[in-house]
Ligand binder design. Structure first.
Ligand code: SAH
Ligand code: SF4
Length: 382
């Protein structure tokens, strides 16, 4: 049952609901169980495959039902507060949610594909030392609807809804925006079940990658349930340094993290992300230790030149140092591309996302109430 229907707080946000949740909601509005299922399937298709942002656009639904939806639910997009385009074509949007909080989403076009980098939390609770998002506190988790809405908004802007002639522009999704996705497991999983659903958003799990700083107990369940690619924010090869740079390491150290990667139930190389910090983690000895740690794992190493932000306490390694590090890793048989920073000039590159925590907007509607979902995996204290 949609929580808002229980509490009476605002209209439920239908974006983010599964077919079963939509059917349940329609039954609550008086549809028979059989009709509710039929209509839920149609509604699902309109919301996610066709991108309808008003009930009026859902022309295969009876007029009466469209009116009922209009009166009892919300399907609107979050507002676009700001949009920036970088010199390299990367685009970043700042979106305002129903409670006035804001998140960023980043579109990264390449020659033959284009990825959207979605956010999963407003802020982040983990405070990695090199990350701009980590300097914000965690304001709250995003709902499944707010995660999906990032894709829907960008498809609107790009005119990327199905047409008989053209392929889609947005082809890939990386879960690498603001926040730690595995600390918002339930909503991120609900959203991505709809993303990979052929009758929903319809992006194959092979074109999706989740990046985590290392919430070890949730890595394997994610692989089993969603089956997407996995990226690990490693950044250091010794626990004493990783404890400092990526503090979640104190709870789940490197050996446990690598064990979880070995057990990841998806037949795709795991990507290890390694931010190059001058004089901190970028020596040849570090590269050799990295190779030793990865032994036996199908892996790829993404070397990320450190993207600076106002007040950042690090500098990026020199190009020669990065080349030397990469050649050691390559020589051991692990591809180690140096990721070219995208959208640095508009603070859209990895680790640069940060929004001012919006003050409450007096006229704001209460937060979107997500439908009741499968229980989360066991609670974690981090
Ligand atoms: N919270 C998740 C996903 C978001 S961060 C995670 O940590 O994996 C996406 C990637 O950008 C991570 O690998 C992160 O470590 C990296 N990153 C963070 N700050 C960065 C910076 N200033 N320069 C380059 N990469 C950074
Ligand atoms: Fe959070 Fe990832 Fe940034 Fe660490 S790197 S603070 S986990 S968003």
């Amino acid at each position: 049952m949609p929580r808002s229907a229980e509490t009476g707080k605002g209209k439920p946000y239908l974006v983010g609901m599964s077919r079963a949740e939509l059917a349940h909601w329609l039954e609550m509005l008086g549809e028979s169980p059989q009709a509710a299922w039929l209509r839920a399937r149609q509604l699902f298709h309109w919301l996610y495959a066709r991108g309808a942002s008003t009930p009026a656009a859902m022309t295969s639904l009876p007029k009466d039902l469209r009116r009922v939806i209009e009166e009892n639910a919300d399907v609107a997009r979050p507002g676009i507060v700001a949009e920036q385009t970088a010199a390299d074509g990367t685009r970043k949007w700042l979106l305002r949610l129903r409670d006035g909080k804001e998140v960023e989403t980043v579109f990264i076009p390449e020659d033959d594909r284009a990825a959207l980098c979605v956010s999963t939390q407003v802020g982040c609770s983990l405070s990695c030392k090199f990350c701009h998002t980590g300097t914000m506190r965690l304001a709250r988790n995003l709902t499944a609807g707010e995660i999906l809405a990032q894709i829907l908004v960008v498809r609107d802007v790009l005119g990327d809804w199905p047409s008989p002639r053209e392929g889609r522009r947005l082809t890939n999704v990386v879960i690498m925006g603001m926040g730690e996705p595995l600390l918002n497991y339930r909503e991120v999983a609900a959203a991505f079940r709809i993303v990979i659903d052929g009758e929903g958003i319809g992006i194959s799990r092979r074109r999706i990658t989740l990046s985590t700083s290392g919430v070890v107990p949730r890595i394997e369940p994610w692989g089993r349930e969603l089956g997407t690619g996995l990226a690990i924010s490693l950044h250091a090869v010794r626990d004493d340094l990783r404890d400092e740079l990526v503090p979640i390491n104190r709870k789940w150290p490197i050996a446990e993290l690598l064990d979880a990667c070995r057990r990841y139930p998806v037949r795709r190389p795991v990507t290890f992300e390694y931010v190059m910090l001058r004089g901190v983690n970028d020596s040849d000895a570090d590269a050799r230790e990295l190779v030793r740690l990865l032994r036996g794992l199908a892996a790829k190493v993404n070397l990320i030149p450190f993207n600076s932000w106002p007040g950042a306490p690090f500098r990026c390694s020199t190009p020669e140092r990065i080349r030397s590090f990469a050649s050691i890793v390559e020589a051991a048989g692990y591809p180690s591309p140096v990721r070219s920073p995208r959208g640095r000039d508009i603070l859209a590159a990895c680790g640069q996302l940060k929004t001012a925590l919006a003050r409450p907007v007096p006229t704001a509607v209460p937060p979107a109430d997500a439908a009741v979902r499968e229980p989360s995996p066991a609670p974690l204290s981090v």
